[in-house]
Design a binder for this molecule. Sequence first.
Ligand code: GLA
Length: 409
Amino acid sequence: MKSGKRFHAVILSAVAVALAVPAGAQTARPHHQHVMRGQSTTLAATPPMGWNSWNHFAEHVTEADVKAAAAALVSSGMRDAGYIYVNIDDTWEGKRDAQGNIQTNSKFPDMKGLADYVHSKGLKLGIYSSPGPKTCAGYPGSYGHEAQDAKTYASWGIDYLKYDLCSFIPIMQKQSNGDPQKAFEIEKAAYQKMHKALEATGRPIVFSMCQYGWNDVWKWGPDVGGNLWRTTGDITDKYDRMEQIGFSQAGLSKYAGPGHWNDPDMLEVGNGGMSFDEYKTHMTLWTILAAPLLAGNDLSKMTAETKELLMNKEVIAVDQDRLGKQGDRVWEEGPESVWAKPLSGGAKAVGIFNRAETPRTISLKLSAIGFGQNAKLRDLWAHKSVQANNGVYTVTVPKHGAVMLKVSE
Ligand code: GLA
């Protein structure tokens, strides 16, 4: 399964260069007009939370795995902590019938039954497709069947669609005769088309755009109906990749808000490829980024540490804060950085990160994040109050680790 994922990454980065459009050439509307259009304004009012099959199960996922994930969301307490969406990624798709209706393959014998099961647990069901004729894993995509597929999803009771560019890329290239600007317009139209098709079903279906962050998607994602859009290529269960993706999100905060979120990809927490401190950095950064929190591990086999990382209610509250503001980098020096996220009520969540190979003692000046000497500090991983001295909070952060604070007046 790992080699399949690497294949995706190589193919996608090769065509990225060919299709990139200079930022100035785009015609996105100014950000203040980026309000939710079309679908209900409560859809994805806070960043979607749930689980997705890809990071752990990849192309091997079956109905039994999805049911087990739904059951585990409930029994572990994750559902009650906010993880609601159960998202089937690629490889559920079967052939089309004589009328062109998409069918499931033998791994998913009864999608409507699965949706009923997931709904009976107080959860929602997500699915995956592509604007191209094939998905990234080579299964049928929605090309030429957009309205039909949207209706099928609605009839099954689907609540979330991840729409992955993949095989639409050669179509964009061909139809545009290699003109990147034309290719870009064709891509936008394809996303808009599926958004309209979903909207026409009358069922609220979260629309997740997956085109790897090309052409500054954060500037136009809301205009084509995206509730979230991937800002990068695929994450892997390695510190270096998670670090590269997470810390590259500086400067994107102004593009996110209720109903439209930047998506630095799904979580790898609990998959085993990172240390506890590295996963803590992953959660701290993703929640400060108001990122969608889609667990990507095997929920039926979770250690106490994995549960602690995924279900820290104070940390989740940062991600889900009703103000809906994404955090951003406020300071960086070498491997040390501080990121802050405004919260409702005037507080801020603050991440203090150490990307070095050894522990570092880092001093945070409260004035640098807009607070005076008497501000109150709470360590959200340690669940305790901590003290600043003369307006400076000094803490030792482990190698690749993070400290997360809530600061309030
Ligand atoms: C692409 C996406 C991944 C996953 C796979 C499925 O690589 O970016 O998140 O959906 O396709 O094939």
